[in-house]
Write a protein of this length. Structure first.
Length: 256
């Protein structure tokens, strides 16, 4: 079936003063990453960069008007597709090699997904039977030819490191489970957590290469102790402490 050509690839919405959410509406929710841009005094923060189907930096050039620290919460292809476009690329040490090699590259053509893979995703509440894209960015685009472009990190992060914007600073929390080097960015003064795929308000995936249920459970226990006010996840909508507790306890109950 021929897909329509999208009028534009990215959408955006201002969430709070200085915080903008960018997303790819024509990408299936399984891979539709939240791209967060936060203004700072000395530098801006970009959390994750989407699929890399269309250049993010070009599409949102008006938002990127100063030094930009592009942080990958982990190296999965739906989060680092556009990371190579930016000068400052930050990722946890456990994900650095996967990032540089573009290891999480895959076709976006449903025909390349086995029935077993589709069934496993459907069991996790991600039905991809209608395909991974609802439109293409331009005439001649071939979903099967999608390739993740690897890139070298310019800064390797570890637990306790700080990403400093001048007037705001975020502590790196190592939150493995979904992937070995999944991280969150935590601002204690405001109770704000950018959580990547460590926790989000949707079906959490722990039956994928690199996932570790025991580590994921430890991450959930840690998150339950964190005095959050708001969580901006890697997918789906933002939420507060009560919803975080529901998601984390639900995961612990399912995997206990």
């Amino acid at each position: 079936m021929s897909l329509p050509i999208a009028d534009r690839w990215f959408e955006r919405r201002e969430i709070d003063a200085g915080l903008t959410l960018i997303w790819e509406p024509h990408v299936h929710p399984l891979l539709r990453c939240n791209i967060w841009r936060l203004k700072g005094r000395d530098a801006d923060l970009l959390v994750d960069t989407g699929m890399g189907i269309v250049p993010l930096r070009q599409a949102a050039v008006d938002l990127f008007d100063k030094t930009l620290l592009a942080v990958a919460t982990h190296a999965h292809g739906d989060h680092v597709g556009g990371l190579h476009e930016f000068d400052h690329r930050l990722v946890h040490g456990c994900e650095a090699h996967a990032l540089s090699e573009g290891r999480d590259s895959y076709s976006l053509d449903l025909a390349d997904f086995s029935a077993e893979s589709q069934a496993r995703l459907a069991a996790a509440a991600y039905d991809i039977s209608d395909g991974l894209l609802t439109a293409v960015p331009h005439r001649g685009y071939r979903p099967a030819a999608h390739v993740l472009k690897g890139c070298e990190p310019t800064r390797v992060l570890a637990e306790g490191d700080v990403v400093d914007l001048g007037d705001r600073a975020f502590e790196v929390l190592h939150l493995p489970g979904h992937s070995p080097g999944s991280i969150g960015l935590w601002e204690a003064s405001s109770g704000t957590l950018f959580s990547g795929d460590a926790i989000y308000d949707g079906p959490l995936l722990d039956d994928i290469p690199g996932a570790d249920i025991a580590a994921y459970r430890a991450t959930m226990e840690r998150l339950l102790r964190l005095p959050v006010q708001v969580v901006h996840g890697g997918h789906d909508g933002s939420f507060g402490a009560e919803r975080l507790a529901q998601i984390a306890r639900g995961y612990l109950a399912r995997t206990g």
